[in-house]
Write a protein that binds this ligand. Sequence first.
Ligand code: MN
Ligand code: MN
Length: 460
Amino acid sequence: MEIKNAWEKYNDDNFKVVMDFAEGYKKFITDAKTERECVTEAVAICEANGYVNLDTYIAEGKEIKTGDKVYVTNMKKNLLAFKIGSVPFEKGINILGAHIDSPRIDLKQNPLYEDTELALLDTHYYGGIKKYQWVTLPLALHGVVVKKDGSSVNFVVGEDANDPVLVISDLLPHLSAGQMKKSASEIIDGEDLNVLIGSIPLKGEEKEKVKGYMKKILKDKYNFEEDDFISAEIEVVPAGAARDLGLDASMVIGYGHDDRVCAYSSLLALLEAGDLERTGCCFLVDKEEVGSQGATGAHSAFFENTIAEIMALMGVDSNLKVRRALANSKMLSSDVSAAFDPNYASVNERKNTAYFSKGLALNKYTGSRGKGGCNDANAEFVGQVRAIMDNNGVTWQTAELGRVDAGGGGTIACISANYGMEVIDSGVPVLNMHAPWEVISKVDLYEAKQGYLAFLKDAK
Ligand code: MN
Ligand code: MN
């Protein structure tokens, strides 16, 4: 199947639309490097577009009607937004689901220590990273510190031009004879991902003077004490902004494309949707990179509870009808695909691989070793999605994650499919996936948004 390069669709008149869409996206991923920051940004975007918090409807006992725009958050790490359509919920809604957590390095609960008059922070990495990629890079800290009195401090270091950055050290080549003999998975030990944060001793202190000075800075500049790390969530992420990549600026290099590139394009598609027949929904979830468990992962009851709340506010307070709504829904699990990399061609099978500039990638199934753990979208549903994409002039492709038995992976698709709804994975191809700096194509980002919009409008 020959798929035309999507750039060829764009001429002098509409080329700028593609490039401009990426500008908004670059700003989003530069500002939002944690799931909490993604929710904060998404709420701001929703409110600026006339979306009203579901809690307001509930508090006021206000009816939800066709055309209403509603959002709700969960524990500051999930967001659900709805554009209410004219078709009753029990006939099903059209869902775009993406995750907003990305691989990173988290601080431990007791992170701060001093060794040889250097102050460091101890960490535990989050998600599937190649640990050797995260050393010798300028790093930032993003997170929240909650104190015993319930107040909290937003803690961000390393993003402002005047801010210092941090680093995890690596060994010089001169002394790496032993290290270089290790396998790549062992070359950096997980316990050695320690972040260097300071080296000046505190005057007047007897021992651990450098740690003492760090504690003073935390108190004076950032307004929290060492003990407060215990109730903090602080993520170590690459410092700096997303940037154009390539002499033609056709790509974006940034942190956390997986899966904020699909989260952003899904949310923007919902905002752009006009009057809908079936209700359109954008679901942004946490914890995908570690298995989707917990109160903020896709396994949480948050999604179905919210459907029940909304239906009740539409006058349908029926458990059976909530179940029908879930089973009759259709979903694009908006998650990224591995882009074909000419440097590493051997891990792919060229006919069934996602390529840059070939648009939105549909993954009928994911999984590994004989499709283990996959969602496998029904052929009938794939047929419907194909038709929607073609009818709306969206450039799209099909892909699977690598050659058979090369590896594999999963998404939230199989979790939502447990409700009995039709779900297929669909997303933007990413190079360097799970590395500190990942790469996407601007035209694929735009085609994804167009594909998501078409799905919201036309899926039945
Ligand atoms: Mn993902
Ligand atoms: Mn991932």
